[in-house]
Design a protein. Sequence first.
Length: 212
Amino acid sequence: MENSGLVGGFYRLSEWIMRLAFLNILWIIFSIAGLLLFGITPATVAVFTIIRKWFMGQVDIPIFKTFTSVFKGEFVKVNVLSFLIGAICIIIYIDFILIASFGGIVQSLLFAVLVIVSLLLLIITLYIFPVYVHYDLKFFDYLKWSLIIGLLNPAATITIMVGIIVLYQIYTFIPGFIPFFSMSLIGMAIMGPAYFSIQKIEDRKKTLQESN
């Protein structure tokens, strides 16, 4: 049967719905298998790895096999990275509490600095998974390049934020979507703009290298 026209469109749409739902169910199962604390991050990396391959045109990859391989292979490394980011978040939170005891201009200045640092950390958090699955770097280089890519592509960063907010509203009004599309759609919303931002930077780098 030829997948063209309206019928073909519905068929392709149903395929993508099944892929996203299956990917999200795997994310939930593997997150629970890792006792949540240790499972969520490697399961999320597996989600982003598969979505990246989809954006690269590899839509027929074996989802379960790829997911399992990434989850096992990146379990330790990505958990260390996530605990590092978590520690930074805790330090910033404590700093916010501490500056509440200050007064006057000192409090205002420190608060402004922490807000800026928090925004930079937000950008890092948005891009850390796309950067992690795209590059093989040292721990602190993941943080550095996540921030650089986010700052160099403000339109993509804003698009990601808007996408997450829209999905949050959808999940709030239709909670039935959460078990099937929560992380998979969030992964698409983040990985799409991030992937093309990374590609744009790499194309610029390649053009500069060819001109020199």
